[in-house]
Design a protein around this ligand. Structure first.
Ligand code: NAD
Ligand code: ZN
Length: 589
């Protein structure tokens, strides 16, 4: 009944079990009136049992005695972090070839710390070659007489799936001496000749047995709420190869040559703004069956668009491409990254929107930015609009294998666009440097990029050529800065604009940032100075005629970006950024 992040432990456990969608029914079996009422008043199903049971299995056996069920899974009430994967594994064994010979199934996790192996509180299990349990013990089993032997130790995890008959047998058979001496329930099955199939899991749950456990669990819950984004030291990949300098794009063929595989083409995805620009396209030396596709950056990249491009490539070529080369702005960078991932991963790009969902290494991919600011050339994500959400494919396989930073390529960018995309970089720095996630790593990149932005957009002492080179580096550093922290208010709100109105990222950020003086006072003043200096028009009145439905959707999308708000406003962000506050801000825009 203890509180775990605003709900009782038992309700959390109950909901976690239900949410797996693995069961026809989920019940809480209890001998406590208080728990019985707690479940009932929260719309759950509870069954009262006798008080006299010696174990949880007995209690469950009583509950299912008159139920028509084949398999019963016992989830401990104090395991609110029970994962779907573990439960699925324990059920999966009943689908194997040897299913008929299995009476019950349970889980085990490999352990290698001798302290844990020799700890009597940790129950070890050994199995036969088919993973059937041979014995459970609080002693280290097997005993390591030969210190060089190749042996693994497994810890038993208290999740069981029983065939109903096995459970009923347990209920009716008396305890024998091995169970009694070790005080391990499942030994009773072995003593009566039952077969326990073990599955290996590596998910680490937290059982809540003590007040200290509860404190740990509350911490863990907070981290899970952050969707495992900011809960650990990040071990993130960087772009392994980068070439920089005016004219370095000419090196492309030389860079690609060693990556070419027999009969496997390079596919160039190029912004269609270059379609009639022979000066640029002539520098892409197409060989053999290489393919050049012009892609419009008119709209933000979408998962369906990625799926379509991948389909075209795979239907045209027997072999996977030697590489994908994206030439363009943030839009094309993201498309190139996503396509290279989807060439080696099944299903739709929408299946991989989120953190670390990509399974296989992407096809070799190269980014050649032709406009600076987004940091997409260096980042670990590719932002896509999907059927239900706008979210990146954020994975270790997303970053480019090679980036070519040639400031000359950004020469033809129209002024407004140069400004909007450049401000994306400025805003990345502001949000990273003012965020609660800030650390020395992010700060070092963020400060450099911030200073470069000021030189480019305020003091303007450079020649155009120097300014282009600086903005290219600012974009890179800004991207690196958010890699180890997070963006903030402007990005969260800009995602809302983009989802509902299709507003593009750079301009959307500008529209929003213009009104964020409550959050970034000094930087909004600077921003306004930049807008004035460069005579830029920031659109107004976008949200004036939104329907309630559209406004609510916009607010929902913005609020769903939890890590961004946590970075911007801290743990207490919900009290600061209410729906009303968001609405009043959007209405100003
Ligand atoms: P963009 O790629 O949409 O390009 C903007 C416009 O500039 C387009 O019309 C394009 O054709 C044109 N353009 C590009 N290069 C040009 C050139 N050299 N000469 C003339 N015109 C040129 O704009 P962007 O601001 O670079 O990218 C925005 C996209 O980046 C958004 O989809 C956003 O979601 C994404 N983004 C991704 C990340 C990431 O980390 N993956 C970060 C920020 C933004
Ligand atoms: Zn951005």
């Amino acid at each position: 009944m203890q509180d775990l992040g605003g709900k009782t432990v038992i309700i959390r456990t109950y909901e976690a079990a239900k949410q797996t969608n693995l069961f026809d029914e989920v019940y809480v079996v209890t001998d406590s009136d208080v728990i019985y009422k707690e479940i009932g008043s929260n719309g759950g199903k509870a069954i009262m049992s006798k008080k006299t049971h010696e174990s949880g299995s007995d209690r469950i056996a009583e509950a299912v005695e008159n139920m028509d069920v084949d398999i019963v899974v016992n989830v401990q009430g104090d395991e609110p972090f029970t994962s779907k994967k573990g439960l699925q594994q324990v059920l999966e064994v009943f689908k194997g070839e040897d299913a008929d010979s299995i009476d019950l199934a349970s889980l085990m996790t490999e352990i290698d710390d001798w302290k844990e192996i020799s700890d009597p509180n940790c129950v070890k299990v050994i199995t036969d070659k088919d993973d059937f349990a041979l014995y459970f013990s609080r002693s280290p089993i097997p005993y390591p007489r030969d210190k060089n032997a190749d042996v693994k130790y497994y810890k038993h995890k208290g999740i069981y799936a029983f065939r109903k008959e096995a459970l009923m047998d347990f209920y009716h058979l008396p305890m024998r001496s091995l169970e009694a001496v070790e005080k391990i329930e499942c030994i009773r099955y072995l003593e009566y000749g039952k077969r326990i199939k073990m599955a290996v899991t590596n998910t680490q749950g937290v059982e809540i047995d003590t007040p200290e456990d509860l404190v740990e669990a509350n911490k863990l819950l907070k981290k899970e709420d952050k969707k495992s984004v900011n809960n650990k030291f990040r071990n993130f990949p960087m772009v392994p190869k980068v070439v920089f300098g005016s004219g370095c794009f000419d090196q492309l063929p030389e860079i690609l040559a060693p990556q070419r595989q027999e009969n496997a083409p390079f596919v160039f995805l190029v912004d269609d703004v270059f379609e009639n620009n022979k000066a640029l396209t002539d520098r892409i030396k197409l060989r053999f069956n290489d393919k050049l596709v012009f892609i419009s950056a008119e709209e933000e990249p979408a998962t369906a668009q990625i799926d379509q491009i991948v389909k075209e490539i795979t239907s045209e070529f027997k072999k996977k491409p030697s590489g994908i080369i994206g030439v363009g702005g943030g839009t094309i960078m993201d498309i190139a990254k996503a396509v290279s991932i989807m060439l080696t991963n099944e299903g739709s790009a929408a299946d991989y929107q989120g953190w670390d969902l990509v399974k296989n290494k992407a096809v070799y991919h190269v980014g050649v930015p032709t406009i600076s600011g987004t940091g997409a050339e260096v980042s670990r994500t590719t932002v896509l609009s999907g059927p239900v959400r706008k979210l990146g494919i954020n994975s270790d396989f997303t970053p480019f294998d090679q980036v070519i930073l040639d400031p000359q390529l950004t020469e033809g960018v129209p002024k407004n666009q140069w400004f909007y995309t450049g401000m994306d970089c400025f805003i990345h720095c502001v949000e990273s440097l003012n965020g609660t996630f800030l650390n020395a790593f992010s700060q070092s990149y963020g400060e450099k990029a911030y200073d470069l932005c000021k030189e480019i957009f305020i003091t303007q002492v450079d020649t155009e050529e120097e300014a282009r080179a600086k903005l290219m580096m600012a974009s890179w550093h800004g991207g690196m800065s958010i890699a180890y922290s997070q963006v903030g208010v402007a990005h969260a709100m800009s995602y809302g604009l983009s989802y509902v109105l299709g507003t593009k990222h750079g301009i959307g950020n500008c529209i929003v940032f213009n009104h964020l003086e409550d959050f970034y006072p000094e930087d909004v003043v600077l921003f306004k100075e930049m807008v004035k200096n460069h005579d830029i028009e920031i659109p107004k009145g976008l949200c004036a005629n939104l329907s309630d439905k559209e406004m609510n959707k916009m607010i929902d999308i913005a609020l769903s970006l939890v890590p961004l708000w946590e970075n911007a406003l801290g743990d207490n962000w919900k009290a600061i950024m209410t729906r009303e506050k968001l609405k009043s801000l959007y209405l100003k825009m």
